[in-house]
Design a protein around this ligand. Structure first.
Ligand code: ASP
Length: 354
């Protein structure tokens, strides 16, 4: 049920959604949010209140850094008590990274934070922007009979799909259905009505405070395996100075070559104090290093399972954990535990032993 008294804050960070075509030159330019109502007259038909903040400068989301994530979180923290929900307009390219990062940075979030964007600018005739923005605003204003928000989590709404932010990946550079959550069900679907799947939506503890975190550390690297990857490449990446964690992108259920030089390099890197997290190159399913000898060797070398985490979420979670200055062992433990629904809890894999 939409709360007619709701106040929603719209935060425009950049991306295609906020562009209009210059009628004279034909080029795309960021549109002036002061004229939001003229580009989106539908806004006046909402019964609830929408304020907006525009980042200066607005950016293509390929330019996003953890500093922008902090700026978004600061904006939310500063306005947290004044608004019932937040809609963030963001370029689609890195939206899944931002959504993942925000989910860790805002602990015990009690209000909707809905990210959306568009494949075509709001000023284009066939745009998907209006649909995405209008529905995202409605989701942010939706409450249950007790007056609690229906979706008090960081989520992405895009072309009918409401997805958990830290489970989402951009899958399509052309089509309107640009995002997917492979390993977690949709939180909702919009059609004639918005239908929520309440049993899969996270519920916060309303008796506890919301805590905003700003510690992020980018000393993270990634090594993507491919058949024939040469020793020098592996040595260079695993040997990088001043790196705290490395994501190893493996095959299938978390498998890697058994070559002694490879396993030795992995083992030595972990011994040096670097956390190595195993993320599969498959979209669906999860890492299970017990299944094959090629996985067991990684486990023995000290690699920690990323289970069914997306690459985006693994990056954001590592930045968050390294930023909090946890020691290697603590990071390894926390990578195996869902902090905010980013991995599937598999009880019998929690105490992973050799
Ligand atoms: N390059 C743009 C961005 O991510 C694409 C988009 O907005 O969809 O900012």
């Amino acid at each position: 049920m939409i709360d007619v008294n709701a106040h929603i804050l719209l935060i425009y960070t950049g991306g295609t959604i906020g562009m209009v075509e210059n009628p004279v030159t034909g080029s795309l330019e960021p549109f002036d949010f002061a004229h939001l109502n003229s580009h989106l007259p539908e806004l006046q038909r909402f019964r609830f209140h929408v304020d907006h903040i525009v980042f200066d400068p607005v950016i293509d989301s390929s330019e996003i850094t953890p500093e922008h994530w902090k700026k978004i979180v600061r904006t939310i923290e500063y306005n947290y008590h004044k608004y019932d929900g937040f809609v963030i307009l963001h370029g689609t390219d890195t939206m899944a990274y931002t959504a993942s990062a925000l989910s860790f940075m805002i602990e015990n979030l009690q209000k909707p934070v809905v990210l959306t964007g568009a494949q075509l600018p709001i000023g284009k005739l066939r745009t998907d922007a209006k649909e995405n923005l209008i529905t995202a605003l409605e989701i942010a204003a939706d409450k249950d009979v007790l007056g609690n928000p229906i979706v008090p989590e960081v989520c992405i709404f895009f072309q009918n799909d409401l997805l958990r932010g830290n489970r989402t990946t951009k899958v399509n550079a052309d089509n309107f259905n640009a995002f997917k959550s492979y390993n977690y069900p949709n939180l909702g679907k919009s059609g004639i009505q918005i239908r929520y799947d309440k049993k899969v939506i996270h519920q916060p503890d309303y008796d506890k405070k919301t805590i905003f975190h700003y510690q992020l550390d980018t000393r993270i690297a990634t090594l993507k395996l491919f058949p024939g990857i040469n020793r020098q490449t592996v040595e260079t990446i695993l040997g990088l100075k001043n790196i705290k964690a490395i994501i190893l992108e493996t095959y299938g259920s978390g498998n890697a070559p058994l070559s002694p030089w490879f396993i030795r390099l992995v083992r030595e890197t972990v011994k040096k104090g670097v956390v190595i997290v195993n993320i599969t190159q498959c979209n669906t399913g999860m890492v299970d290093m017990h299944r094959y000898e090629t996985g067991r060797e990684l486990l023995k070398a000290g690699v920690v399972s990323g289970f069914d985490a997306t690459f985006e979420t693994a990056i954001a979670k590592l930045m968050f954990l390294v930023g909090h200055k946890y020691v290697k062992e603590d990071i390894q433990i926390r990578m195996r535990v869902p902090l905010i629904g980013e991995i599937t809890r598999v009880e019998d894999r929690m105490n992973e032993t050799i």
